[in-house]
Design a protein around this ligand. Structure first.
Ligand code: NAP
Length: 257
């Protein structure tokens, strides 16, 4: 049985992956949608044409990931695509962060993503693909978004190296690095801080990010960056010393840009 596994499928970008792939993917037997909220997963599954399995679970729990693995074995599933979207961010000064929420962000964005990727690779075959939601925050350190940006740098670095290892087996990894995307992400992210106004100007819809990500994954590209301003950020982060960019960000913050 060919399956697509999507984490964070109850909302935002993960939900959008499920809906777009439901339209275009014909060789998939089942979509497996993962998130904690069963009700929201049910709503997504309710509009899908493909057979859809709802797996209401906290992916930071090793025991729950073990059960996922058991189900994959029991169903003799082949994971054609793994899409890791579950994640959250917290803005605001590091010292003022709630420690448990901050450490939880590292557990979800980094540890759980690594854990599920490691557990699911044995169920993949030649031609399987992995999409990892990183962020343009991965390109450079970000004051007032420090731990989130570092967690996404981890995702990008890990996924690019993994992509080179798996290429030999015919499995392809794409890291997706959007700027701000219009999803419920900001309900959590802005609890203790706010997004720079200039960043909000570059906000895009999830449809666009996902369409580009699916195309880049199809063409076996290791990186997916969907809009011109964010491609500019990527280039700047490569060309300009990060010390200068960090000073620039502080100036923008002072003028509330
Ligand atoms: N929106 C943006 O501006 C933006 C930009 C760049 C990158 N990203 C990245 O894109 C990814 C998706 O974000 P989004 O914008 O779609 O945000 P979102 O709408 O808040 O979606 C986050 C998803 O993660 C799930 N989730 C959270 N904790 C979980 C846990 N412990 N176990 C299982 N699932 C969990 C949530 O479902 P439940 O609450 O039901 O568990 C939800 O489905 C994240 O990795 C984010 O960092 C977002």
């Amino acid at each position: 049985m060919n399956v697509v596994v999507i984490t964070g499928a109850s909302s935002g970008i993960g939900m959008e992956f499920a809906l777009q792939m439901d339209n275009y993917f014909t060789n998939i037997d089942e979509f497996w949608l993962l998130a904690r909220s069963r009700d929201r997963l049910k709503e997504v599954a309710g509009v899908m044409e493909h057979k859809t399995r709802i797996l209401s679970m906290d992916i930071t729990s090793d025991a729950q990931l073990e059960r996922l693995e058991d189900t994959l074995t029991e169903k003799k599933a082949v994971v054609r695509m793994l899409i890791n979207c579950a994640g959250y961010g917290l803005m605001g000064e590091f010292a003022g962060q709630n420690r448990e929420e901050m450490l939880g962000m590292i557990r979800l964005n980094c540890e759980a993503l690594t854990n599920i990727t490691h557990r699911l690779i044995p169920y993949m075959r030649k031609g399987s693909r992995i999409i990892q939601m990183a962020s343009c925050a991965a390109f450079l350190p970000q004051p007032d978004f420090a731990v989130y940006a570092a967690s996404k740098s981890y995702v990008l670095s890990f996924s690019r190296a993994l992509g080179e290892e798996l290429r030999r087996k015919g499995i392809y990894v794409t890291s997706v690095c959007p700027g701000p995307v219009d999803t419920p992400f900001f309900d959590i992210a802005e609890k203790a801080g706010s997004t720079l106004a200039i960043k909000k100007l570059t906000m895009v819809e999830p449809e666009r990010v996902v369409r580009k990500a699916l195309r880049d994954s199809y063409y076996k590209r290791s990186l997916s960056v969907c809009s011109l301003p964010i491609q500019g950020v990527e280039l700047a982060a490569k060309l300009i010393p990060h010390g200068i960019l960090l000073k620039g960000m502080t100036v923008l913050k002072c003028y509330h840009l």
